[in-house]
Design a protein around this ligand. Structure first.
Ligand SMILES: O=C(O)CCCC[C@@H]1SC[C@@H]2NC(=O)N[C@@H]21
Length: 319
């Protein structure tokens, strides 16, 4: 095994998931596009109490899901958790999660780099969908589950509510600064959409913007803080519930709570169109919600409807 190999550690919640982890290790079929893998089971790992290392046992003790997050792949340092789950999608049971302490090739949307220092919650997981028309909305369900998980933990711990908001399409904002991002990619195979969802959330890392615990410390005496293990378990619990509603009732069943969590209701946006003479003409429209295909729905003063698309990196109001 090369020195530069990335170590991954497998752990299942139940006995059958532990057996699956063991078979994955022995099959040696997991791959990364840009590096060798060294695979261990958690039971083969030396006890690691370093506080900056993800504590698999405490995560597994808290987790109470039926499907998501029950087979966990942890790495102290990997190129990208997203690459690991998407490249090995068919080898992994649905709901498998990969979490890393550090990523050296973190991927953002639109080919951006995601800075992935120690303290950032960095994970990806797998899910599958049959209905292609609602695949674009699953990223919104993921965003909502992150914001709700943070709310649940703050409430449980008696901490002030951290008002993390969704900046469409995929950013998470706290006090006007980006603290997280969501990346969803999918492939179509055997009449199913295989979706890899990746989340980066600044929990303890002050760079490159700010982080949840920095804001929390300003609001409290600093005695308590949020831990990645707790956020990850709470995320999967919320996601499992929301995903079930989404699949069985459609995104409209979640729209009200989604709109209460995003930053855009009633937002004015400047758009530029060509008029009858082919000349650019600016007009102001108001955001109303999402279109059926998952883009922004806006209307002008005459109730004309517009579908707004992001510019590749982000959506800007221009006002
Ligand atoms: O805002 C964005 O551009 C989305 C960023 C998504 C980053 C996460 S970190 C965990 C997972 N692994 C990756 O390489 N990317 C996603």
């Amino acid at each position: 095994m090369e020195d530069s190999a990335f170590l991954i550690v497998l752990r299942g919640k139940s006995r059958s998931e532990e057996e699956y982890a063991s078979s994955l290790k022995h099959k040696k079929s997991l791959r990364l596009p840009d590096g060798e893998l060294q695979i261990l089971l958690q039971s083969e790992l030396q006890q690691n109490d370093a506080t900056k290392t993800f504590q698999i046992d405490s995560y597994m003790d808290i987790l109470s899901t039926h499907q998501f997050g029950r087979l966990l792949i942890w790495s102290p340092r990997i190129s990208s958790t997203h690459d690991l789950v998407s490249l090995n999608f068919c080898e992994l049971p649905l709901g498998t999660a990969c979490i890393a302490d550090v990523q050296v090739k973190g991927r953002g949307r639109a080919k951006n780099v995601w800075q992935s220092p120690v303290g950032c919650l960095l994970f990806s997981f797998t899910l599958q969908m049959d209905n292609g028309r609602i695949v674009p909305h699953v990223q919104y369900v993921v965003s909502l589950a992150v914001t709700e998980a943070i709310k649940v933990i703050c409430k449980e711990k008696g901490l002030p509510d951290l008002d993390v908001k969704i900046k469409w399409p995929n950013d998470l904002y706290l006090n006007g600064l980006k603290v997280g991002g969501i990346l969803c990619t999918s492939t179509y195979r055997s009449k199913k959409f295989n979706v890899s969802a990746g989340i980066g959330l600044n929990v303890d890392n002050h760079e490159p913007t700010t982080c949840l615990n920095a804001v929390l410390q300003k609001l409290t005496s600093g005695a308590q803080c949020l831990r990645r293990e707790h956020i990850l378990a709470a995320f999967f619990e919320r996601f499992e519930v929301l995903f079930d509603v989404f699949i069985n009732q459609g995104f409209q069943a979640l729209e009200e709570v989604y709109y209460a969590t995003w930053l855009h209701s009633g937002q004015k946006v400047v758009i530029e169109e060509k008029n009858e003479c082919g000349l650019p003409q600016k007009s102001v429209v108001t955001v109303q919600g999402l279109t059926p295909s998952g883009y922004l729905l806006a209307v002008d003063d005459e109730d004309k409807r517009y579908e707004l698309h992001p510019d590749g990196n982000r959506f800007d109001s221009g006002i």
